[in-house]
Design a protein around this ligand. Sequence first.
Ligand SMILES: [Zn+2]
Ligand SMILES: [Zn+2]
Length: 117
Amino acid sequence: MKAARIHGPKTVTCDNVDDPTIQEGRDIILKVTATAICGSDLHIYSGGLPQPRPMVLGHEFMGIVEEVGPQIKNLKRGDRVVVPFPIACGHCFFCDHHLPGHCENSNLNITARKGAC
Ligand SMILES: [Zn+2]
Ligand SMILES: [Zn+2]
């Protein structure tokens, strides 16, 4: 699939990337129907934040559910959803304390647990 990716200051390209797959039981694959560039993306674009590897832009979006992981019980294929910036599990210490922006399970690809950075 195609994705707009930022590579560093003032460098955005439209790249071919791997199609998404369900990797965790609580994953969902959406067909994104609308998204936008966020102010936090602009910090990377302007060089204010380092970007260690290419990142797909548009972390606030809406779309149609195409596939759900086996742990998802409240959504099904065809449902329309809106996704805000804090993708949170709802079960960890921080989510239990109403701090979803600090969720320990938000994006495992950027934590040391999966060794990406
Ligand atoms: Zn944002
Ligand atoms: Zn959480």
